[in-house]
Design a protein around this ligand. Structure first.
Ligand SMILES: NC(=O)c1ccc[n+]([C@@H]2O[C@H](COP(=O)([O-])OP(=O)(O)OC[C@H]3O[C@@H](n4cnc5c(N)ncnc54)[C@H](OP(=O)(O)O)[C@@H]3O)[C@@H](O)[C@H]2O)c1
Ligand SMILES: [Zn+2]
Ligand SMILES: [Zn+2]
Length: 309
């Protein structure tokens, strides 16, 4: 595939910082990839040639219990994870199995489709794990690439959404994309109390995308009884709590990693139908990848940074 767009995810920074280390060395990062198929291997029909597609970044072993049930993102012995431990999207070309290519309808932009590769599919996956029910209060804690997709997904599932961010352009985006309330974490002295005030008792679901000790604590404190906290973001921080904090309120913690191939197909479908929209703040040529990473680290941008190799 000739890569036409690769989104920059905060995980690319975690890989650079050594926080996430899947054992690969000397590979190109970048896992939000879309482009045009330029050559097909043996056994792949020519009809794939010149088609645009987004790439699914897990190549599972194909025969473990997880691969067999479509959960290859949990495969203990994957063949490769492009952008995580094998060459990914900060490049001009990539070679992947054809089943990892999700075709794009003509009217879908390549840059937006690339962002579905992680931000969009992660949102679909986490939303599915949390089983969002109509009318539930959903908090999206951190409204970056993944958070913005998640709040639209939750809204589409019938939830009432509260977005927590750091104000500025992101807060406006959160409102425009369906958040009923936005909370500016930099000005709100007690974020959990504010959520409890809005919701009556507390949130049904909190999607945690910031991943500091403080944000996870606050996320837990804003849940109602039997609420579920979905952990997606992380930093170098750890989190400690006493079991009784979970026990007496029957609170659930759910980890969510990546997505299934079917989640990516769904994300592309939601994008094509206009349910998910993902703003691109900045498009840069491949050679400016350092700027792209630094802009992402700095944050505060009105959307994703995308490289156009
Ligand atoms: N589990 C998975 O499968 C998975 C998949 C993808 C990503 N991730 C992880 O999920 C996290 C989010 O990824 P992303 O690509 O969406 O990152 P991102 O685009 O950088 O978004 C992070 C957002 O969090 C906001 N934020 C930072 N500190 C905050 C605070 N204290 N309170 C409120 N908001 C705060 C940032 O605000 P500003 O805009 O003002 O900077 C930004 O909007 C990262 O840790 C990433 O590695 C996990
Ligand atoms: Zn990612
Ligand atoms: Zn497997």
């Amino acid at each position: 595939m000739r890569i036409n767009a690769c989104g920059v995810c905060r995980t690319d920074l975690h890989i650079r910082d050594g926080l996430l280390d899947l054992g690969g060395r000397d590979f190109a990062v970048g896992h939000e990839i879309a482009g045009t198929i330029t050559r097909c291997g043996a056994g792949v029909p020519d009809t794939w040639l010149s088609r645009r597609a987004a790439i699914y970044y897990y190549e599972g072993c194909g025969h473990c219990r997880y691969c067999l049930t479509g959960d290859e993102h949990l495969c203990p012995t994957p063949r490769a994870q492009p952008g995580f431990n094998a060459d990914g999207g900060f490049a001009e070309y990539i070679c992947v199995p054809v089943r990892n290519c999700v075709p794009l309808p003509d009217h879908v932009s390549t840059a937006e489709a690339a962002i579905m590769g992680c931000a969009g599919s992660t949102a679909v996956h986490a939303g599915r794990l949390a089983t969002i029910r109509p009318g539930e209060w959903v908090v999206v804690y951190g409204t970056g690439g993944v958070g913005l997709a998640l709040l639209q997904y939750a809204r589409n599932a019938g939830a009432r959404v509260i977005a927590i961010g750091r104000g500025g352009a992101r807060a406006t985006l959160a409102h425009e994309h369906g958040a009923e309330y936005t909370i500016d974490a930099t000005h709100e002295p007690d974020i959990a109390a504010r959520v409890r005030e809005i919701t009556g008792e507390g949130a049904d679901i909190v999607f945690e995308l910031v991943g500091t000790s403080a944000s996870i604590r606050s996320g837990m404190d804003m849940l109602r009884r039997r609420g579920r906290l979905v952990l997606i973001g992380y930093t170098q921080d750890t989190f400690q709590t006493h079991p009784i904090d979970l026990i007496v309120r029957e609170v659930s913690f759910i980890g969510s990693v990546g997505a299934t191939l079917s989640d990516l197909h769904e994300a592309i479908d939601l994008l094509a139908r206009g349910v998910l929209r993902v703003p691109v703040a900045l498009t840069l040529p491949l050679e400016d990848f350092e700027t792209a990473l630094e802009q992402t680290r700095k944050g505060g941008l009105p959307g994703r940074v995308v490289l156009a190799p």
